[in-house]
Design a protein around this ligand. Structure first.
Ligand code: CP
Ligand code: NVA
Length: 299
């Protein structure tokens, strides 16, 4: 593994090895026997807002012995139009790795190619691989694993989160049931590329959630979609609430990558009743990403 740009590009062995490593790193937090990033400086280029991803990477890089250099787009010439390939060739000569949150997936692909240093996708419009690793770690901790489990998704069917989840389902083989409005479903082109019979798409939250062990949701409007009132209006029936969860499997958990908008995609009641899981999921960003960092410097 040279980069983490997508879930799509990971094998089942790589994906499970990252979760295994995250379990160990979590247990060893505060007394790591090795500091794989010692002497290294990792650039963090963010052109979108972030709480969890930024803090977990800054802390994670430091805990593995390295230094994190946070660069918002307004701090660097990228924000004034310097091409990504030039930024990449400069940082590639000074830094040991890069963590990028931006809009276009092509920008992280180009950065990895032109910089030549390990590059991590910290969220693009197309994928959020780091979040899915933390979510899988949480499922392993709370339910013992994803094997034989039904995982439901209620909300935007074709967002960065859903796309990364659909690839994880394809790679790991668990049942993944998406309930989304008809206009916000994965494209036929994507589904034929995915080619995963264990991933199903419907427009009924009740159908997707029936018997589900994990119920997953996310904001109705992703970063960059603010003000799309027509899109938001389509999601009214796609709220995760107590009534919907009544048909879920006994012992189910609810996941939300956060930030959450209570009263929209999830009720206050559900979020607070599942807060133990949801904030464990947020904490797991740190452990999962430390596993990614360690894997990228080892290679
Ligand atoms: N879930 C997540 O990526 O959160 P942030 O946007 O706060 O980083
Ligand atoms: N789909 C959301 C995820 C936020 C962590 C977004 O892109 O805004």
């Amino acid at each position: 593994m040279n980069n983490l740009l997508t879930i799509e590009q990971l094998s089942a062995a790589e994906l499970t090895a990252l979760i295994d490593s995250a379990v160990v790193l979590k247990a060893e937090r505060g007394h790591h026997s090795k500091l794989p990033l010692e002497g290294q400086t990792w650039a963090m280029i963010f052109t979108k807002a972030s709480t969890r991803t930024r803090v977990s990477f800054e802390v994670g890089v430091r805990e593995l012995g390295g230094t994190a250099l946070f660069l918002s787009k307004n701090d660097i010439q990228l924000g004034r139009g310097e091409p990504i390939k030039d930024t990449a060739r400069v940082l590639g000569r000074m830094c040991h790795g890069a963590i990028i949150r931006t809009f276009a997936q092509q920008d992280v692909v180009d950065f990895a190619e032109f910089s030549g240093i390990p590059t991590i996708n910290a969220l693009t419009d197309d994928e959020h691989p780091c979040q899915i690793l933390a979510d899988l770690l949480t499922i392993r901790e709370k339910l013992g694993g994803w094997e034989g489990k039904k995982i439901a998704w209620v909300g935007d069917g074709f967002s960065n989160m859903t796309i990364s989840w659909m690839w994880a389902a394809k790679i790991l083989g668990f049942e993944f049931a998406v309930a989304c409005p008809a206009n916000y479903a994965p494209s036929d082109e994507f589904l034929s590329k995915l080619d995963a019979p264990n991933v199903t798409i419907c427009h009924s939250p009740a159908e997707a959630v029936a018997g589900a062990d994990v119920i997953n949701t996310d904001v109705w409007l992703s970063m960059g979609e603010e003000g799309q009132t027509e899109k938001e209006a389509a999601f009214g029936p796609f709220q995760v609430n107590a009534e919907l969860l009544a048909s879920a499997a006994e012992g189910h958990i609810v996941l939300h990558c956060l930030p959450a908008y209570r009263g929209k995609e999830i009720t206050e009641e559900v979020l607070e009743s599942q807060a133990d899981t949801i904030f464990q999921q947020a904490e797991n960003r740190l452990h999962a990403q430390k596993a990614v960092l360690a894997a990228l410097v080892k290679k």
